[in-house]
Design a protein around this ligand. Structure first.
Ligand SMILES: [Zn+2]
Length: 119
C-alpha cells in the first residue's frame, strides 16, 4: 500500500476516470440514489479512498432543485449502497469510503475526515 504506483494485483486491469465527471454524475437526480453515492465516493475520493463531506453536504449533494435530501432518505440510500458494496461498510454521511481493491489514487494529500479518525 505504500508503493508509489497504482497496483490492483497481477492480471487485474485498470483505467483512470475523471473525478470531475463523477462529481457531476453524483449530482444528477436521474440516477438511483445508491449509485449516486457510489459516484460521489469516486468523485471526491482522496488518495486513501476517503471522500469526506462536511455536515449536511452529502444530503445537499443528493437533493434536487436546491432542496437537500432528508436525513432518513440519505441514511436509506447509504444503507443500500453499503448493502450493494458500492462503498465500504465503514462509510457514513461524513465520509464515503472505497476499498483499496476498487480505488487507488496517487495524487493529492489525504483529506482529514470526521468519521475515520484512526486512519
Ligand atoms: Zn474517512
Amino acid at each position: 500500500m505504500s508503493t508509489s504506483s497504482i497496483d490492483f494485483g497481477q492480471g487485474r486491469t485498470w483505467g483512470g476516470v475523471s473525478q470531475q465527471e463523477y462529481q457531476r454524475m453524483a449530482r444528477d437526480p436521474r440516477h438511483p440514489l445508491a449509485y449516486r453515492i457510489h459516484f460521489a465516493a469516486l468523485g471526491w475520493a482522496d488518495r486513501q479512498g476517503h471522500a469526506s463531506f462536511g455536515p449536511g453536504k452529502l444530503a445537499a449533494l443528493l437533493g434536487k432543485e436546491g432542496m437537500p435530501l432528508s436525513d432518513q432518505s440519505t441514511n436509506n440510500a447509504l444503507a443500500r449502497a453499503r448493502q450493494l458494496a458500492l462503498v465500504s461498510p465503514r462509510s457514513g454521511a461524513a465520509c464515503l469510503l472505497l476499498p483499496y481493491h476498487l480505488f487507488q489514487k496517487r495524487k493529492g494529500a489525504p483529506v482529514p475526515c470526521r468519521l475515520h479518525l484512526d486512519r
